[in-house]
Design a protein around this ligand. Structure first.
Ligand code: SF4
Ligand code: SF4
Length: 395
């Protein structure tokens, strides 16, 4: 513990001289070939203030005092899924890397000024609750029962960080991951984990994040583990790129489950003994794709599963259309969140795939919710669940 603390929390100090460099050119709203709007926020509101450029100038107005905080302005700041399309397609090198950081810093300011919307505030209230420590309002699982069920040691080389969505809403995905890790002979254990803090970081409620990061790192270090593996794109991004802002001395390697699986395939150790004769399309989670640049690893796994016919949606990789769940949009704007997912499912329909694969329990939740709501009849599974349904050997 105890590295230098570098937290970007102050909107004016960190961003005042940078945010106004936006040209207002509008490239950030589009896909790479400008064939479609790809900013979910602009596509819904069709008003410049809800594009990234408009948001940059709103933020500048807030910093300079020309625009006062009120609920309408807070809505502009919060009606964004932090999908990162703008970071991908803004033409202004370096500046573009900070676009989502500007929005998240403005959310911190909204929270400090008392304008964080109530729905998003519930995330922090639940995570801070001493009986919960998760954004779903469930009693903290502590994971002791799972440790017993899977015969896991107290000390191990790896920790499987389950993440709140898998532990409280997508248990099939959690259990499939546990079975895979056991079969792969990974020396791993679980901790009494508290939320990784993704939901509160993305919604600007950062006041206790350091405490949560320190707690989780302490629990991980108590096991002696040098590696942490997770099946959640949100946990992965948060642990790998946000936790280091709170403790940059961390020496723990963070992996997504798909990185382990891909490595085993490339080493010739994972061999599939059954087939999946199905047309499959892959949805890139924003937290794994645009935010962490992992595009080919999941595709390589799917291509190696015998029988799978992998087909791409028109918008894929850096051009992907968001599932609509991130950035506090699912809790803050539940109907809009489903509309965003519906657009993704309609795009998937055009590929004639019957199965949508992803690598994020939160994408799986939202795509499934829209699938049910709009009766789209897809099968929607995480890659680890697809593998769990197959016969395979790991040598
Ligand atoms: S954020 Fe980038 S692409 Fe968007 S309007 Fe500003 S400079 Fe142009
Ligand atoms: S992060 Fe996504 S939703 Fe938010 S402004 Fe950028 S492109 Fe639009």
């Amino acid at each position: 513990m105890g590295g230098e603390i570098i937290i970007s929390a102050n909107l004016e100090k960190d961003w005042k001289d940078i945010v106004h460099r936006c040209f207002r050119c509008g490239y950030c709203k589009f896909t790479a070939d400008y064939s479609d709007f790809n900013c979910p926020s602009y596509k819904k509101y069709r008003f410049e203030t809800f594009s990234t450029g408009g948001r940059m100038w709103t933020i500048y107005g807030l910093i300079s005092g020309e625009i006062p905080w009120n609920d309408q302005v807070a809505n502009v700041i919060y009606a964004c899924s932090t999908c990162g399309n703008c970071m991908e397609h803004c033409k202004f090198d370096k500046f573009k890397d900070f676009l989502v950081d500007f929005i998240e810093a403005a959310r911190e300011e909204a929270y400090n000024q008392g304008y964080c919307p109530n729905k998003q505030k519930a995330l922090l209230e639940r995570i801070e609750n001493l009986e919960m420590y998760n954004p779903y309002g469930e009693k903290n699982s502590e994971n002791d029962a799972l440790k017993k069920e899977y015969d896991l040691p107290d000390e191990a080389e790896w920790v499987y960080f389950i993440g709140c969505t898998s532990n409280y809403r997508q248990k099939e995905l959690r259990d499939a991951t546990l079975r895979f890790l056991k079969k792969a002979n990974i020396n791993f254990t679980l901790i009494d984990e508290h939320c990784c803090c993704s939901p509160i970081l993305r919604t600007g409620q950062t006041k206790n994040v350091k405490e949560f990061v320190n707690y989780n790192l302490m629990k991980i270090r108590e096991t002696g583990a040098s590696k942490v593996i997770t099946s959640c794109a949100g946990c992965y991004r948060t642990m790998k790129s946000d936790w280091t802002k709170y403790d940059n001395s961390t020496d723990i390697e963070i992996l997504h489950t798909i990185e382990l699986i891909d490595g085993l395939i490339k080493e010739g150790k994972l061999n599939f003994k059954s087939e999946l004769n199905q047309k499959v399309t892959y949805h890139d989670p924003c937290h794994l794709g645009r935010h962490m640049k992992i595009y080919e690893v999941p595709r390589n796994i799917l291509k190696n599963i015998p029988g799978i016919d992998l087909v791409e949606m028109e918008r894929n990789r850096g051009n992907s259309w968001c599932c609509g769940a991130g950035g506090g949009v699912k809790i803050g704007y539940p109907e809009w969140s489903l509309e965003i997912s519906k657009e993704r499912l309609e795009e998937a329909k055009n590929t004639n795939a019957s199965l949508i694969a992803s690598a994020c329990p939160f994408c799986r939740t939202n795509l499934n919710d829209a699938n049910r709501e709009f009766e789209m009849n897809f099968e929607i599974l995480d890659i680890i669940e697809i593998i769990d349904n197959l016969d395979y050997e790991i040598n």
